[in-house]
Structure formats: structure tokens, C-alpha cells
Write a protein that binds this ligand. Sequence first.
Ligand code: ADP
Ligand code: MG
Ligand code: MG
Length: 254
Amino acid sequence: MATLEIKDLHVQVETESGPKPILNGVDLTIRSGETHAIMGPNGSGKSTLAYSIAGHPKYQVTSGSVSLDGEDLLEMTVDERARAGLFLAMQYPVEVPGVSVANFLRTAKTAIDGEAPKIRTWVKDVTTAMEKMQLDSSFVQRSVNEGFSGGEKKRAEIAQLELLNPKFAVLDETDSGLDIDALRVVSDGVNRFTGQGDRGVLLITHYTRILRYIKPDFVHVFVRGKVAEQGGPELAERLEAEGYDRYLRESAGA
Ligand code: ADP
Ligand code: MG
Ligand code: MG
């Protein structure tokens, strides 16, 4: 069994007016086989948490720890994190002109496995992954994220997830920009991934909508850079009914 453990994580970004603290002591433990949903209002630091776990250079960890099976992730390069079993979606949402999706995926797979995948099976695997996500076969020839629609980006992300099959996946706003059919396709992909039984998912979302399709074992309410409350799936239903207001008031009064 594998464990991704975040302890008292504090993160800041450098801005023109100086460093700005965003995460204020995040505690979260995800074990293999568990799906955790993080829900919270806009600007609460959810993406910052994802970027910090992934190792985005813009986000400076000022204290706390992130470990995978006891190994310090924060000491690792982005490549090392991927090799350790962490999923880094096409996660810095940048365009990479001149690098095709096919090459990008192959490079990522090679970095993780330490050797290039066998060409014949790899091409077949990529084709299958694209078909499952209902992406056209010509899609892999396009430059990474260049002119991708919101839906294509998210579907490509899940195709990548299925191909790389990491131990843990951090999925940020996987549901944003998806119509109902695309949401189904994306959710089915995530469910195939978790269906293996020993994978861990941190599903970050603003809306409860996706949780009708992906059933979390745990729900965490994220407010002002930390977890304000944790519970089971019923917590998502309460959030749907009540919104985040109560948490925002409580945290403002604290
Ligand atoms: P969420 O994903 O929950 O909407 P974010 O993590 O994107 O929240 O942002 C949290 C806060 O940190 C916001 O106020 C946002 O403006 C700020 N922030 C995030 N990244 C940066 C950055 N690179 N530079 C300056 N401010 C940032
Ligand atoms: Mg499970
Ligand atoms: Mg975000």
C-alpha cells in the first residue's frame, strides 16, 4: 500500500508586492485505493496545492512536508516525482509549440519507466487511450495544449493518466469546461483508473457535479489555504445545498 502524506504545508508565491502566502497549513493523507475530493471556493488555494505537489517552481514551500511512502517529494525534481508514482497532468497549462501530444506522452512514459516503451504496443496503447476518451486519432499529432478546447485538454489529461497509470493522481478542475457527455467520458476514465483498486486520487473541484459520477471516499472543504472540514461523501451533498458561505464566515471570524 502507498501513502501520499501532506503535513502542515505552507506555500507562498512571489508577487510584485512581495511574497504572498496562499497555503496556510494543509494536512491531508491519501492512501492507495482512496479517492479524496477537495472542494472549495474560487481562490481558496486548491490549484496552488496541486502545483505545489507537482513541484511547480513558482510555488515556494516555506514549511511543512509532502511525502510519498515516506520519501520527501519536495526534495525531488518534477521527473523524480513522476517516477516515484505521482501523476503530473499536462499540468502546467502551457502550450508547447512543436511538441506533439504523441511525443509528449512518449517522453513522459520514458521518463517514468527509465526506458522507451516498445513502439508497437505503445502506438496501440495510445490509440486505445485516445479512443476511450473519444479523441480523434489525429489529435496526437497536434502540439500540446495549442488551441485545445477546455474539453480536449481534460480528455487528453485522462488519456495521459490511463497511459502512465501512476500510483497517485492529482486532478485539478477535471470537470471545468466539460459538457455533460464529456463529463461522462472523463469520469469513466477516472473510474477505470480507480477501479484497479490500488490507486489514489485527489480530485480538486469547485462544483459537486462531477461527484455524481466519481464517488469520493473522503471530502475535504478547502477554505483560505487550508482544510476547514473533512467528511465522507455526505459532506459534498451538504455543500451542494449550503454552499461555502458558512465556512467563509467562520474562517473570517477566526
Ligand atoms: P483556487 O484554485 O482554489 O481557485 P488558486 O490556488 O488558483 O485558488 O489561487 C489562490 C490564491 O492565490 C488566489 O488569490 C490567487 O490569485 C493567488 N495566486 C495563485 N497563484 C498565483 C501567482 N502565481 N501569483 C500571484 N498570485 C497567485
Ligand atoms: Mg476506491
Ligand atoms: Mg483552481
